[in-house]
Design a protein around this ligand. Structure first.
Ligand code: ZN
Length: 409
């Protein structure tokens, strides 16, 4: 926060810091445009990062060291590299007094890694006056895909649902397991069935476009576009398989298990928390239906608890703004234009989209990157970014902001 305040000091840029919960501060700056009716653009980057397991790193995760053209440290990819690029462009636009018709809004925001309750969720609900914008760029995109080097642009993301399975058995003495109804054993079988479950497949236009961009051999390509064959083709897809599965299925990941209290007591109850991510088009009631189908005849032992359902969100892939981004990617990225993708995880974009504001996952990465490596660094060890990509991202942000907000008068 102090870094951003120092960056924005002394150039006549007005900003406000809001801290709705202690330690969850966001900074919002606005460069007013000359024309009230011109569309405004928001650049929103989160400031928080996830913890590290330092022993897994080969460099100091908080050292910010530059080694052979790469900046190492937690947040380099997720997402301080992009937030810093947004901040630098905001400062340059303000300091140089570049004439803009629409407002430029910069947000360095808190709490994204914790569900955004005190970040963009709070800001868009309570301080719309501060953060309002007609379109928004946030994390993340710009990764080259396949031989054509098209660059990803996040146009949507899956919704998040959560359920807890309450598994009911019968308590008994630990010395006589045969024939018992051990809730741990029942829960283990429920988890096995859920992870083996092959649910419905959705081949979205974004997925079909992504498969084309990968430039795969004909038979694998065809299988990845066929709902009946995609599951069997996934193992042939290497490090793209996980995202291929998540982009075409509602997913169910058991993430927390609780059962048992004492070594000599067979537990009568167990709880399993399931992280569920749903595709656009999946209805809230479908979540429980799919879970029941997955566990089959175990349902007499299982209650599904909870009804949380965060709607999936999608912004239009073809707008004046995405047209400008496409042109910018072609010029700066020296490759193909935009490749609209659906993010499988959550970003702050969803809170803007829910207010009807198109929001896009942005960035521009150099040709050394591959999508699998890029995804692997999110929340992983040895997070790092090349300086070339930081330069490309800042340049592309500059181009998009000045073109979209251009004062043509
Ligand atoms: Zn992030």
């Amino acid at each position: 926060m102090r870094t951003l305040e120092d960056l924005f000091a002394g150039i006549g840029l007005s900003y406000e810091i809001v801290e709705p919960s202690p330690g969850r501060a966001s900074i919002i700056a606005r460069i007013p445009g000359s024309d009230n009716s011109a569309p405004s653009l928001g650049l929103f980057g989160h400031l928080d990062v996830v913890p590290v397991e330092a022993e897994g790193w080969t460099q100091d995760p908080f050292g910010g060291e530059i080694i052979d053209g790469w900046v190492w440290g937690r947040g380099a990819i997720d997402m301080l590299g992009l937030t810093a690029s947004f901040a630098v462009v905001t400062r340059e636009l303000a300091e140089r007094g570049i004439p803009l018709k629409g407002d430029l809004v910069f947000g360095g925001v808190a709490d994204e890694e914790n569900g955004s309750a005190w970040g963009v969720d709070w800001l868009t609900s309570n301080r719309w006056d501060l953060v309002r914008a007609d379109s928004v760029l946030t994390e993340s995109g710009g990764v080259p895909v396949g031989p054509g080097r098209r660059r990803t642009l996040g146009v949507g993301e899956k919704g998040g649902a959560g359920r807890t399975l309450r598994v009911i058995g019968r308590p008994a003495h630990g010395s006589r397991p045969w024939g018992s109804q051990n809730a741990i054993v029942l829960a283990a079988e429920a988890v096995r069935r859920i992870s083996a479950y092959r649910g419905p497949v959705t081949i979205s236009p974004e997925w079909a476009d992504y498969v084309d961009a990968l430039g795969l051999a004909g038979s694998l390509r065809d299988a990845l576009l066929d709902p009946l064959r995609i599951d069997d083709a996934l193992p042939d897809l290497g490090d793209e398989a996980g995202v291929a599965h998540a982009t075409t299925h509602d997913t169910f990941a058991p993430t927390v298990v609780r059962a048992g209290q004492k070594q000599n007591v067979i537990p009568g109850e167990a709880e399993v928390t399931i992280d569920i991510r749903v595709l656009p088009g999946t209805a809230p009631q479908t979540v429980d239906e799919l879970l029941y189908e997955a566990i089959g005849d175990l349902r007499e032992h299982v209650q599904i608890v909870g009804d949380r359902f965060g709607e999936p969100t999608v912004s239009p892939a073809q707008t004046p703004l995405t047209g400008i981004i496409d042109r910018t990617f072609r010029e700066r990225g020296q490759g193909g234009g935009i490749l609209p993708i659906l993010h499988t995880g959550g970003t702050d974009a969803r809170f803007f989209r829910r207010r009807g504001v198109p929001a896009y996952g942005f960035g521009l990465f150099s040709d050394v990157w591959k999508p699998g490596e890029f995804r692997g660094l999110f929340h992983g060890h040895d997070e790092r970014i090349d300086i070339a990509s930081l330069g490309l991202t800042a340049s592309a942000t500059w181009d998009v902001a000045t073109r979209y907000l251009a004062d043509v008068s």
